[in-house]
Design a protein around this ligand. Structure first.
Ligand code: COA
Length: 185
């Protein structure tokens, strides 16, 4: 689905816009995917794994998300540059249609500016627009206290643990936590 522009101000006063992706964002998204992967261990990809992403592939993905009735991808631009993105998708099987899942990541330069909070407000609003959806779900990697704080602030609670879900290059094993937010219906 397509989400029209939402304009807001970052905590440091920079101007931000949140909206569905457009073809012109493809290069910026590729840059963000690569840079963000090297800035934190809490993203599931390593930078070298981003070589499989291409401008054409991103454009196809944007079109697929924008045309999908049960998915939305949002890109955040700060002063015209891609800062990060987030996505919400509702399961389509009848037995799972009551569930939506969300994901989010920003480049380090844009952390702690209130962008994640604004993205979550919008993703929750989108999920609430589906009458069958009663809960929103996400996962975070052990130790990601900033993300956990944001998710708890937005009404999520830990519902389970996936032991050893992540193995870093140095062999460290990390758990992943499942969080859910039940919607008031
Ligand atoms: C996690 C992430 C999406 C949060 O987005 P954000 O725009 O930085 O979040 P916001 O600025 O809206 O809010 C951050 C909150 O965490 C708090 N915070 C910052 N650092 C913190 C820390 N180390 N521990 C706990 N809370 C922290 C801030 O004070 C703020 O709380 P407040 O709104 O109550 O004041 C973003 O930092 C990011 O992309 N990180 C790297 C990738 C990632 O971890 N993605 C999530 C994968 S599950």
């Amino acid at each position: 689905m397509v989400i029209e522009e939402i304009n807001f101000e970052c905590k440091d006063g920079r101007r931000a816009v949140l909206r569905s992706p457009r073809d012109e964002d493809a290069e910026g998204i590729l840059h963000y995917l690569y840079v963000s992967a090297g800035e934190t261990d809490f993203i599931l990809r390593y930078p070298e794994e981003c070589s499989k992403y291409t401008v054409e592939g991103e454009k196809k993905l944007f079109a697929q998300k924008n045309e999908s009735p049960n998915e939305a991808m949002l890109v955040c631009l700060v002063d015209g540059k891609v800062a990060g993105n987030c996505a919400v998708s509702v399961y389509t099987n009848q037995k799972q249609r009551h569930r939506a899942s969300v994901a989010i990541a920003l480049m380090r330069e844009y952390w702690n500016q209130g962008i994640g909070t604004r993205m979550f407000q919008e993703m929750i609003r989108i999920a609430e627009g589906f009458e069958d959806v009663i809960q929103i779900e996400l996962e975070f990697v052990e130790g990601n206290t900033r993300a956990q704080h944001l998710y708890e602030k937005m009404g999520f609670r830990i519902a389970g643990v996936h032991p050893n879900a992540i193995r870093r290059k140095d062999g460290t094993l990390l758990n992943e936590y499942l969080m859910i937010k039940e919607l008031k219906r």
